[in-house]
Design a protein around this ligand. Structure first.
Ligand code: MBD
Ligand code: FE
Length: 293
């Protein structure tokens, strides 16, 4: 196999060999993708007259990115996650699976296997004394509004400093991470704390590139969800708390109008009371609609 490109014959021959086109072994799809990828890199070097010094500093950058464990943080900053969402939305549309609560990106900070609770969970370990208590609650329904019992609501969010357990070693295991099974009325509820927005590590590789682009690396206060129920399309989404400086200025491009939620401070919460919270608390209410498959 050979692929013609706009490169000189000598460079085309090099690309064909680089991609293993001259041997039987290997994976055809990987060969074609590597060929295309390197062809585009070569083209970019030509178009921008990239110097060897610039090229090797880019290679060094990728090495540092890996060492810092930031590859999956740079990706959303470069719009990769949002782009894949746009594609999945289009594919759903074409397959007649559009509708329900909009998806948005998963991000790099999910940890599988959070404790599973029935109907209600306390998500915070109680050590963050300056944090604002939060009661989050809502329904999981199908597209017709019929409540779905036994749906799994997998929730994860940051603490009051914008840090996530596991990535922040100072937090306890599974702090601010729970799976909640909806009750017979399709309801879920959790007591937790109001999260703060996330900021990319200021000295990290992601922020270094964002600086070159003149961009910040901030996310608004948000709460992540996976919602699943048998016979329904899995939903990956987040809600953004209204009123955050970055609600509509997320470095990861994840905000969608339908997912912005007003947190309400209440003197007294009937649902809070049911779950052992007597005083004032901030309520966040959000209902999820799943599309049947
Ligand atoms: C986050 O908390 C997040 O959700 C994303 C998408 C990127 C970085 C941190
Ligand atoms: Fe997040």
């Amino acid at each position: 196999m050979t692929i013609q490109t706009t490169h000189t014959a000598e460079v085309q021959e090099l690309l064909n060999k680089v991609a293993g086109f001259h041997v039987e072994a290997g994976n055809e799809r990987v060969k074609k993708i590597v060929h295309r990828f390197m062809s585009d890199v070569f083209q970019l070097i030509e178009d921008f007259d990239v110097t060897p010094e610039e090229f090797w500093s880019a290679v060094y950058y990728v090495g540092e990115l890996g060492k810092n464990g930031e590859a999956s943080l740079l990706a959303p900053g470069l719009g990769m996650d949002k782009y894949l969402d746009i594609r999945m939305d289009a594919q759903d549309e074409a397959a007649g699976l559009a509708g329900g609560t909009p998806r948005t990106i998963e991000g790099p900070l999910y940890v599988a296997g959070a404790p599973l609770a029935d109907g209600f969970a306390r998500m915070d370990d109680g050590t963050d004394e300056t944090a604002e208590p939060m009661l989050i609650k809502g329904l999981v329904t199908d597209e017709d509004g019929k409540p779905l019992a036994n749906a799994i609501v997998d929730i994860w969010h940051a603490d009051s400093k914008g840090n996530y357990s596991y990535f922040d070693k100072s937090q306890s295991d599974f702090n601010l991470r729970r799976r909640i099974k909806t009750d017979e009325h399709g309801r879920y509820a959790a007591r937790s704390i109001i999260p703060s927005g996330y900021g990319c590590p200021p000295e990290g590789s992601t922020q270094a590139l964002l600086n070159q682009l003149g961009r910040h690396g901030q996310r608004p206060a948000h709460i992540h969800f996976f919602i699943s129920a048998p016979g329904h399309k899995h939903l990956t989404t987040q809600i953004n708390l209204a009123g955050d400086e970055f609600t509509y200025d997320d470095f990861a491009f994840a905000t969608r109008d339908e997912l912005v939620v007003e947190a309400r401070a209440v003197e007294h919460s009937a649902d809070g009371e049911k779950h052992g919270v007597s005083g004032p608390i901030t309520e966040v209410e959000f209902n999820f609609q799943l599309v049947s498959t």
